[in-house]
Structure formats: C-alpha cells, structure tokens
Design a protein around this ligand. Structure first.
Ligand SMILES: [Zn+2]
Length: 72
C-alpha cells in the first residue's frame, strides 16, 4: 500500500439495514484540492458518495449513515 499523505481521518458510523447493527468504518482523506477537513465539510463533499458501505457482519451493502466522527 502506498504511503499517501492524509489531511484528515474520519470514522463513519453506519446502521446496517440487514442485521440492524451499527458498524463503523475509517475514511482517510488524501491531500487533494477541496479535501474536507472536518465532519461538516465531509458531509457535503463527494468523498462520502464514493465511500461504499459493506457490513462486516452480514456483508450487506445497504447502510444508513448515522454519524461522522473526526479522528485526530
Ligand atoms: Zn449487517
């Protein structure tokens, strides 16, 4: 894996529709133009749309984003 510079790291919290549990995933934001620096910016950015949800318990692909936490 390439050692790419990251400007921010977020923890995304999803609620899985299939097994009804909350799961979280980490999202590293690369150092590119327009990269979101906080949770609010991330919510409005295209990075979120690119983040695919996959439940690690049931492998379901349908999840509702319920929260974003900035990780420092
Ligand atoms: Zn699930």
């Amino acid at each position: 894996m390439e050692d790419q510079a990251c400007v921010a790291r977020f923890e995304l919290h999803f609620h899985c529709f299939n097994c009804q549990v909350n799961v979280s995933a980490f999202l590293d934001v690369p150092d590119v133009e327009g990269a979101p620096r906080d949770a609010e910016e991330l919510g409005e950015s295209a990075f979120l749309q690119r983040q695919r949800f996959l439940c690690h318990r049931c492998e379901g692909a349908i999840g509702l984003l319920v929260g974003i936490t900035a990780v420092t």
